[in-house]
Design a protein around this ligand. Sequence first.
Ligand SMILES: Cc1cc2nc3c(=O)[nH]c(=O)nc-3n(C[C@H](O)[C@H](O)[C@H](O)COP(=O)(O)OP(=O)(O)OC[C@H]3O[C@@H](n4cnc5c(N)ncnc54)[C@H](O)[C@@H]3O)c2cc1C
Length: 427
Amino acid sequence: MNIGIIGGGWSGLAAAIELTRAGHRVTVYEAGKVPGGRARRLASDGLALDNGQHLLAGAYSETLRLMELVSPGSSASGFLRLPLALVYPEGVSIRAPRLPAPLHLAFALLFARGLTLAEKLSAIGFMQALKKIDFSPKDDLTVAEALAGQPRAACKYLWEPICVAALNTPIGQASFRVFAQVLKDALTGKAANSDFLIPARDLSALFPEPAAAWLEKSGGEVRMRTRITALQRSDAHWKALWQGGEAVHDRVIIATAPTHAIDLLSPLNDCRALVRQLGTIGYQPILTVYAEYPALPKFPAPLIGWVEPVPLFIFDMQASLGMANTIAVVASASGPHLEWDDVRWVEEIDARMRQAFGPLPPPRLIKRITEKRATFTCAPGMFRPAAKTPCTGLFLAGDYVDGPYPATLEGAVRSGVQCAETLLATP
Ligand SMILES: Cc1cc2nc3c(=O)[nH]c(=O)nc-3n(C[C@H](O)[C@H](O)[C@H](O)COP(=O)(O)OP(=O)(O)OC[C@H]3O[C@@H](n4cnc5c(N)ncnc54)[C@H](O)[C@@H]3O)c2cc1C
C-alpha cells in the first residue's frame, strides 16, 4: 500500500517505521522544519535547546526498541542512565540501589532519607495493595482520592511528583487507573525499568532524525515543511492536500495532536461524532526554563526536586548534555508558576539553588518556554479515541489515542506501533 502519515512526531515516525518494515510505501508529512513534534530541538541562538526538558524511563521498551532499530547503539549512548533517585535539597532523598527487583524498590523506600518509618511502611503497603489487584483498580478515581490515608510526606515527596511528572496532571484531577499502570511498568518487573533516562542528545537527534534517515534509506519519504491543509475522499483512496501540492494514498494516518486532528477531521461527515468527542479533551502546560551560572558545584544527582508551591525539577545539563554550568528547570501541569515573569523565575531559581548549594551568583536566564498544550489532562474517564476512525482507510495515532499510557514519548511510540498493526489488520 501507499500510506500517507500526517505528522513527523514520535508517534507518526513509529507508525512509519513499522509500516515500512511490513513492506509498504510510506510518506510522512511534517509541518515543521525539524522532526519530533512536541519533543524536538529548537534552533535558539546557536544553542541546541529542546522545546522542553524530557525524562524517559527504563520501562520505555518500545521507544528503546525503535531507537535501536534505526540507529544501533543509540538506546544506550543516547542517554545518561541512572537508578531512580528523587533527591530534594530540603532533606528528603529516595534512591534505588543497583539491586535486583523488587529489592531495589524495597531498599529505596526503607532507606529513604527524611521520611519516618511509618511513612516508609505506608508507601510499601500502598505498593503491595496495588500489586494484589495487579495494578488494575476497579474504579477510576483521581490519584488524590486513591491516596487518601497515605501520610502527607509520602504523597508530597513520592507519589505526587511521580504522578505530576508522568501524567502531567495535578493529583486532584489525575486518573488513578493510568497512574497505577505507570507504577506497574516503572516499579515492578526488571529493576532497570525504574531507571531515569536523561537525553544526552537534543530530542530531534535522539530518535526523530535517525528515524527519518532510516525511512528515506528504506524507500519511504519524509516531507518536511509540508502542512496538510485538507483530506478528501476520492473513490477508495484519500487525497492529502497542501499548499502547492497534493498526493493520493491508499490509507492515511493522522498522527498529530488532537487539536490538529480536529482541523483535518471536521469537514468529514462520518467523523462528526468523533470530532465532538475529541473536543472534550483538556490540556495541561509544561514550562521549562533554561538558565546559566558563571560556575556551578557538583550536583548531588543529575536532577533535584522541590515540592512547594509546585513540584519542580532542576536538571544538571552538564551531566547529561555536557553543557557546562547550565540547568533546565521544569514545572509540569497548571499552577501559580505560570504567572511568574522572567524576573520572578530568576529569583525562584536563585533561592532553590542557594538552598541546595549555598551562596551562588544569580543565574542568567537563557530561555523560558511554556508549551501551553504540552499534553492532555489525564483525568478519570476521559475520552481517548480508537486508532480506527469511522472513515474507511483513515486512522489516528498519537499520545492521546486509546492506550494504557499517559501522554509520554512511550505512549506516542506505542500508539504509532499499534496504529500500524490496526491498519494492517483492517481490510
Ligand atoms: C514541554 C514538554 C515536556 C514533556 N516532557 C516529557 C517527558 O519528560 N517524558 C515524556 O515521556 N514525555 C514528555 N512530554 C510528552 C511528549 O513529548 C509527547 O507525548 C509526545 O512527543 C507526543 O508525540 P505525538 O507524536 O503524539 O504528537 P506530536 O509530538 O504533537 O506530533 C505531531 C506532529 O504533527 C505535526 N503536524 C500537526 N498538524 C500537521 C499537519 N496538518 N500537517 C503536517 N504535520 C502536522 C506537528 O508539527 C508535529 O510534529 C513532554 C511534552 C512537552 C511539550
